[in-house]
Design a binder for this molecule. Structure first.
Ligand code: FB9
Length: 507
């Protein structure tokens, strides 16, 4: 009695039922009536309809069921309901109130927020006259059909004049919608009462015995889903990164080597004329390395010039007038921006001048920042740098318009901003048709002479640059509203695997 046989048991049950009746109106009821697991019935219906033995129509119903959080609510009411009920009509002093301590805090906060309870001369008093009892709450919560919500809502307003949208929220909190899928089934053109799983392959015996003549072979089910072949999947971030790379390459930029997450404070900060007491340089914002804690090799002559410009200026600048410390500059860190790579490349360019030069970088940067919906301790920075004779702010605005236009962002606004290493600096805003608002899409500026001249770049050489993140555009393109769903250990791999290609710049 192999597996093949068992499977046909539920198959036979379906065929027998259809032999007696026109249709199986709902496979769920059929399965529970026949005492068969609905999953098995669904599988046999799928294979029967593939061989046109039956015609099956999808049935889908949604049912709201209580979440684990909702279950206790349905029994004893929500924390705020219990807090409300624990306050007798004549009022009670807070420390005399009897209530499950685990629910006290949330119950108290919610009941106060709903203005159900208040304090009058240090007594907790009810602020609404209603004799709500758990039963009512139970009734409300047990109205499984969500579409009864509105009536519940009206009911409460009428009956208790209490609830506003709050009720909907609590029901949304404590229930979730379970979707049930089944079929209604009728006989198909190939229906027969005694289904015999036809042989799928012709065998040597069939041919030798001539039996093949009266055998009914199964149709090849050409719509059968092939076996899912697991393959590699590009993470959405990498797909969007490719699109940005393509745009930069089309604009004649060359990619900077960014394969060093560990950088020295010198190239990450000092070379960018960022003073050593700048807040971004303390461990609250920057990940400093324990081992190796300091860098050994720095270009001595250049370091001397950086020291001087920080301490006493030059090149038209009065500097920061503080005592610049070598050991501060030698501290190793996880780079906080790919602008650290730009400083290295511009220094190398100063050693072997050839202009104009257009560089870009797209890689990880690390900032010891509070993690929230749009910020993680690391993100991918995108940076564009153009180094040439006599570039002006107008050139920066022109290239920004060209760059963002290729991203589908044609309406740009610029807001003066401040960066220690650029002056003037501008924040870039783009009008997002979907959000119907101006979105900050990056930052930009002209690298300061205090950064460029000590490198050895001639006076008339100016450098315009801009930066943005890779995560923000990817979140917007793929509709992620929380960066933790896109990047990091909480990522839902299924989403990553099934994500479609989102084209930048496509309206
Ligand atoms: O990416 C950002 N916003 C953005 C970009 C594109 C986008 O596309 C959508 C498809 C339509 C949407 C949004 N921002 C920069 C702006 C904000 O998100 C900002 O709050 C967060 N910023 C990050 C830094 O956060 C601490 C984004 C990141 C950023 C900011 C500045 C730079 C780089 C990355 C820079 C620079 C710079 C300046 C001058 C010279 C050289 C580099």
């Amino acid at each position: 009695m192999g597996d093949k046989e068992e499977k046909s048991a539920e198959g036979q049950a379906v065929l027998d039922f259809l032999y007696e009746n026109d249709e199986i109106s709902n496979t769920g009821d059929f399965a529970s009536a026949a005492g068969i697991d609905h999953e098995l019935v669904v599988n046999v219906i799928k294979s029967f309809s593939a061989r046109r033995i039956v015609d099956a129509q999808d049935i889908k119903t949604e049912k709201y069921v209580l979440t684990d959080e909702g279950k206790p609510y349905a029994v004893d009411g929500s924390p705020e309901c219990r807090f409300f009920l624990a306050v007798p009509p004549e009022g009670i002093s807070p420390d005399a109130l009897q209530m499950d301590p685990a629910l006290y805090k949330i119950g108290r906060t919610q009941a106060f927020r709903n203005k159900w309870v208040g304090v009058e001369n240090s007594l907790l008093r009810r602020k609404v006259n209603c004799n709500l009892n758990p039963m009512v709450h139970y009734l409300i919560l047990n109205d499984q059909s969500m579409n009864g919500l509105s009536t519940i809502f009206c009911l409460c307003v009428l009956k208790f004049g209490l609830y506003d949208l709050y009720l909907i929220k609590i029901l949304r909190l404590s229930t979730f919608c379970r979707t049930w899928k089944g079929f209604s089934v009728r006989k198909g053109p190939e229906y027969t009462r005694d289904h015999k799983k036809g042989p799928t392959d012709i065998t040597r015996d069939h041919i030798l015995s001539g039996e093949w003549k009266n055998l009914k072979f199964n149709q090849f089910n050409c719509n059968a889903q092939g076996k899912y072949v697991e393959g590699g999947h590009l993470h959405p971030l990498l797909k969007v990164r490719e699109q940005f790379r393509k745009i930069f390459l089309e604009m004649g930029f060359e990619e900077m080597p960014t394969n060093n997450y560990v950088e020295s404070s010198f190239w990450n900060f000092d070379a960018l004329f960022q003073p050593q007491q700048h807040p971004a340089r303390d461990s609250h914002d920057t990940f400093f390395l324990k081992v190796p804690s300091t860098t050994k090799q720095l270009p001595e002559d250049y370091v001397e010039r950086v020291k001087n410009v920080h301490e006493s200026g030059g090149y038209g600048s009065k500097g920061y007038n503080y005592e610049w410390k070598r050991d501060e500059a030698e501290k190793n860190l996880l780079r906080t921006h790919t602008t650290a790579v730009s400083s290295r490349m511009l220094y190398l360019l100063a050693q072997k001048p050839s202009f104009p030069k257009r560089y870009f970088s797209i890689d990880r940067v690390f900032r010891n920042e509070a993690v929230d919906r749009t910020h993680l301790a690391e993100f991918h920075q995108i940076e564009g740098v153009i180094c040439d004779h006599g570039l002006s702010l107008a050139d920066l605005i022109k290239v920004l318009k060209d760059f963002f236009a290729r991203l589908g962002m044609s309406k740009l606004r610029f807001k003066p901003a401040y960066n220690p290493y650029t002056s003037p600096s501008m924040e870039i805003f783009s009008y997002h048709e979907g959000f119907k608002k101006w979105v900050e899409v990056g930052n930009s500026g002209m690298f300061r002479p205090e950064m460029l001249r000590p490198m050895g770049l001639p006076e008339d050489i100016t450098v315009i640059a801009w930066g943005l993140s890779l995560e923000r555009p990817t979140m917007i393109l793929y509709g992620y509203d929380n960066i933790r769903d896109l990047f990091g250990h909480k990522v839902n791999l299924k989403l990553i695997k099934e994500n479609q290609i989102c084209r930048l710049g496509i309206k």
